[in-house]
Design a protein around this ligand. Structure first.
Ligand SMILES: Cc1cc2nc3c(=O)[nH]c(=O)nc-3n(C[C@H](O)[C@H](O)[C@H](O)COP(=O)(O)OP(=O)(O)OC[C@H]3O[C@@H](n4cnc5c(N)ncnc54)[C@H](O)[C@@H]3O)c2cc1C
Length: 479
């Protein structure tokens, strides 16, 4: 009998799951229901789209459409009837399922400020979550001279940098004492603020917003210290909240997200949840790498390809996607005195590096500014490998002696197990195997392994591996 699977949400997790199910073949009918009117797109590249460095066609994901998957866009699911095993759609249809997957993602938080009606925001006030939001911001930015961004987290800064690239005088208003406080310590936050100032982004710290008003001339943002800031548009980047409304209404267990086990199963064995809406082991992920890892595990379990597959969280590395700023942060940013800590700061050059080491392993790192050791540091953190005896090489990014050479210093020295693409968990070994089976260009490697199709930050590393392999091959031919 054909198994009926319904996926609610055609975002990065839902679309990937549809692709993973399709790749495994078998007799099943997969229906994907997406509330957004668009085909699936790479949400994490919206910052790059906002900055004008790519166009809309570049953010399209091809996975779920046209592969025998019944994809319906612009179709919100309004209810789940678990007893009847049906979902109800906004256009009145009832669709039966044998297994249901919730991949409803997150929504942007709209702060409860006087003057802000979350369901009826003025055209000049836009959150930053969807392709439509991005289009609205770009439309409002055209002809505008100034912008405010409320929220100095990762997305707020990426939005601010994008608006500054478009020539707008941009101010970030952040209620906390330093930028990106979840990933950075205060000193790194200060260096980052200076770097942003050099790129046309002013930062106002430790000032909560207290109100907002718009008129024909622009937006006014009132601050707790009594000042008011004025601009042509306001971007809201105040965090996200998992979209759990459907799950809650259906009586599934929801804490901050929809609670799932290692098999991504909810408390109903016929319903799973993946991506931003899922809470695994008390943790909300909010990132694409875990969403895609969950999609892979769930496809293995549901198709029976590997019924024993289990989702195991991996260490998270955060990178800012903003032109002119190199920033990677991982692990714990706060100091508790229990670790070896090394810090190097050169604020005049926009450089800051901090390593936290326990038992010869990295437990956290911040690298801001051009640091050639960034790939090495990420590998050491990701794999839990011992750090080299000469820690300065990591901190300063200078050349390493052979005895201290870190694993990712060159493709030749990288272990096969080193993760090259963090978003898709593609190792050097997988890329080498791909080469051996005939791929000879970066595009061919990307098509075969998906490396580089998330944030795109590893494309240069994939290029380095292709160069290294072709040089090695030509030397073999010459010999
Ligand atoms: C600008 C931006 C930059 C980012 N940069 C990074 C980054 O560099 N690295 C990183 O790892 N992560 C990044 N993220 C986060 C990343 O995009 C998310 O973690 C990822 O999109 C999660 O995928 P998801 O499918 O769970 O949720 P989403 O991609 O949000 O997709 C959920 C989908 O479900 C749909 N939906 C919800 N309810 C219903 C319903 N009832 N019926 C039908 N459809 C429904 C929604 O409309 C949406 O299309 C970024 C996010 C943004 C906004």
């Amino acid at each position: 009998m054909t198994v009926r699977m319904v996926i609610v949400g055609n975002g990065m997790a839902g679309a990937r799951l549809a692709g993973e199910l399709h790749a495994r073949g078998g007799d099943r009918k997969v229906t994907v229901l997406g509330a957004e009117p668009h085909r699936a797109y790479n949400r994490i590249m919206l910052s790059t789209l906002l900055a004008g460095r790519i166009g809309e066609p570049d953010v399209e994901l091809t996975e779920a459409a046209g592969h025998g998957i019944d994809l319906r866009t612009g179709v919100p699911v309004t209810a789940v009837d678990r007893a009847a095993r049906e979902v109800h759609t906004a256009d009145g249809e009832r669709i039966g399922y044998d297994h249901l997957v919730l991949a409803t993602g997150s929504r942007a938080v709209v702060p409860p400020l006087p003057g802000v009606d979350p369901v009826d925001l003025p055209a000049r006030v836009v959150p930053f979550r969807t392709l439509d939001d991005c289009r609205r911001i770009i439309a409002a930015a055209n002809g505008a001279r100034s912008a405010l961004v409320l929220g100095g987290g990762l997305l707020g800064l990426e939005a601010a940098r994008g608006l500054a690239t478009r020539g707008l005088a941009t101010t970030v208003v952040h209620p906390r004492g330093h930028l990106m406080e979840r990933q950075l310590d205060p000193a790194a936050g200060a260096v980052l603020a200076d770097t942003l100032a050099g790129l046309g982004v002013t930062v106002q710290l430790a000032v909560p917003a207290t109100g907002m008003a718009t008129d024909a001339n622009g937006v006014r943002l009132d601050l707790a210290d009594g000042r008011s800031l004025h601009a042509d548009l306001l971007v809201l980047s105040c965090g996200v909240r998992p979209d759990t409304a459907l799950a809650e209404a259906a009586g599934l267990t929801v804490r901050r997200g929809v609670v799932v086990d290692d098999r991504l199963r909810t408390n109903d064995r016929c319903v799973s949840a993946i991506g931003d809406c899922a809470e695994h082991d008390g943790v909300l992920t909010g990132l694409v790498a875990p969403a895609w890892a969950q999609a892979r595990v769930l496809a293995e379990v549901l198709t029976g390809t590997d019924p024993l597959a289990r989702y195991q969280p991996r260490p998270v590395v955060t990178r800012l996607k903003a032109a002119g700023i190199d920033l990677a942060a991982m692990g714990d940013a706060t100091s508790d005195g229990s670790c070896e800590e090394l810090t190097f700061a050169d604020p005049a050059r926009g450089t800051y590096a901090r390593l936290r080491i326990r038992d010869e392993r990295l437990t956290g790192a911040i690298l801001l500014g051009d640091n050639p050791a960034v790939g090495t540091v990420i590998q050491l953190f990701d794999r839990g490998h011992p750090v080299p005896a000469d820690r300065r090489a990591l901190l300063l990014g200078r050349a390493l002696g052979a005895a201290d050479a870190a694993p990712a210093a060159s493709p030749a020295l990288m272990p096969d197990a080193a993760t090259v693409c963090q978003c898709n968990t593609v190792t050097k070994g997988a890329l080498v195997r791909c080469w051996r089976s005939g791929a000879r260009t970066v595009d061919a490697m990307v098509a075969a392994t998906r490396a580089g199709t998330g944030c795109g930050g590893c494309r240069d590393a994939v290029g380095g591996i292709v160069d290294w392999l072709s040089q090695a091959e030509s030397m073999e031919v010459t010999r």
